[in-house]
Design a binder for this molecule. Structure first.
Ligand code: HEM
Length: 417
């Protein structure tokens, strides 16, 4: 790994388990590195914090996949979003200004930090309800039983999907997370069903608006402009899509990091017992920096030749900013491989940077803080039920998360909280 002439193997199973040594090599020896991805597409990986921040804010790097000229693109095998063609994929993460500016302004009017704050009691209720389902058993798979359902129910509630339909979403989302990225088969069918459902729901909410986010999206206007029904459906879809697997992995990776760092976890538990929230708040940010859910930012494409970290990038080249590598850059963070929940100088890139900065960050923070605080308080002796070496990470390109997280704890009566 330390041989400066031999790049580490990327995207293998060993790499998925612990990509950080390979990222350290890249940061040091090839900070802007052209590589062939498992799909066959050639892309640049950007691993240093300063370059990553610059790339995320560089308007010459477009989010529109039409700028990519790789022939494989047309064949639909690369996971590049535009290949799916569906109107639902024409959303914030795939478009540039001025369309992006217009749509983001409109959605920001409906999806406000205030709306998220008002939602806090419901997130707590959902969290407790899920823990109630397994608290008497003494063991659980925290991904399947907790981290997976929580965000899907939360965003469905927020959007205004009736409770009786939410298990359909759970199933469709389950299909997408299990076989993430593949545009064919079950995933395509799930996307189609979600799209059909959302289009119909938007239609209904237009006639009978409520106090939910979909009604807010329909109502939102900016200088007399409104979202079309298609745009509102695409927006609802991106909120589901961008807010789902990310939050699953924030909870999964976060709990796992705490279980592997008992000193930090005890500190957090002690601080929660006093009713203090400060360490919880800095702690969730640190967990995002230390082992965040979004390993690579989404695809960007050079619209013109440019230089990044000393490398010449040609027009049409894909650029992938490795957030996980940038957030462990020793040039930016002291002792970057150490989990320090009290870290203050922590401008991590876990939520991105620039005009595509995560729109859902307030909701993610609310869900992450509620989930971790409640788990650690209600299940104080929570521990891993398997050897860490037996845990498997999902192999996707963009997201980083565990397939399962088996835990055990002293069972309690379901009414204790
Ligand atoms: C821990 C959880 C989350 C993490 C780590 C996360 C991370 C990110 C990142 C890194 C980006 C920028 C991607 C890029 O520039 O390529 C992003 C964008 C976005 N996120 Fe999140 N996200 C999380 C949760 C959520 C939630 C809960 C929602 C909404 C319900 C959401 C909605 C969005 C949207 C709509 C965008 C696109 C913004 C734009 O293009 O203007 N995210 N997120």
């Amino acid at each position: 790994m330390s041989d400066p002439n031999t790049p580490p193997e990327l995207f293998t199973w060993e790499f998925a388990t612990d990509p950080y040594p390979a990222y350290a090599w890249l940061r040091e020896h090839a900070p802007v590195h052209r590589t062939r991805l498992p799909s066959g597409v050639e892309a640049w990986l950007v691993t240093r914090y300063a370059d990553a921040r610059q790339a995320l804010a560089d308007q010459r790097l477009s989010k529109n996949p039409a700028h990519h000229d790789e022939p494989a693109h047309a064949k639909g095998k690369t996971g590049i979003p535009g290949e799916r063609k569906a109107e639902l994929m024409t959303h914030l993460l795939n478009i540039d200004p001025p369309d992006h500016t217009r749509l983001r302004r409109l959605v920001s009017k409906a999806f406000t930090p205030r709306r998220v704050a008002e939602f806090a009691p419901r997130v707590q209720e959902l969290t407790d309800g899920l823990i109630d389902n397994f608290v008497t058993k003494g063991s659980a798979d925290l991904i399947h039983d907790f981290a997976f359902p929580l965000p899907i129910y939360a965003i469905c509630d927020m959007l205004g999907v009736p409770r009786e339909d939410q298990d359909d979403f759970r199933d469709w989302a389950g299909m997408m997370i299990r076989h993430g990225g593949g545009p064919r088969g079950g995933v395509a069918r799930s996307v189609k069903k979600m799209r059909g459902y959302l289009a119909e729901l938007i239609h209904r909410k237009r006639d009978e608006p409520g106090d939910d986010l979909i009604s807010g999206l329909i109502r939102a206007s900016d200088h007399g402009e409104h979202l079309t029904e298609n745009e509102a459906a695409a927006m609802a879809f991106i909120l589901l899509f961008a807010g789902f697997e990310t939050t699953v992995n924030l909870i999964g990776n976060g709990v796992y990091a705490l279980l592997r760092n008992p000193g930090q976890r005890e500190r957090l538990q002690a601080s929660l017992a006093t009713g203090e929230r400060g360490l919880l708040e800095t702690g969730v940010e640190e967990l995002l920096r230390y082992d965040g859910p979004v390993e690579l930012a989404t695809w960007r494409f050079a619209t013109e030749p440019l230089t990044l970290g000393g490398e010449r990038i040609a027009a049409g080249d894909p650029v992938l900013v490795v957030l996980a590598a940038a957030d462990r850059d020793p040039e930016r963070f002291g002792e970057p491989d150490t989990l320090d929940l009290a870290r203050r100088d922590n401008q991590h890139l876990g939520y991105g940077h620039g005009i595509h900065y995560c729109l859902g960050a307030p909701l993610a923070r609310l869900e992450g803080q509620t989930a971790l605080a409640t788990l650690l308080t209600r299940l104080p002796d929570l521990s891993l039920a398997v050897d860490p070496a037996d845990l498997r990470w999902r192999g996707g390109l963009i997201m980083r998360g565990l397939r399962t997280l088996p835990v055990e704890f002293t069972p309690f009566g379901a009414d204790i909280h």
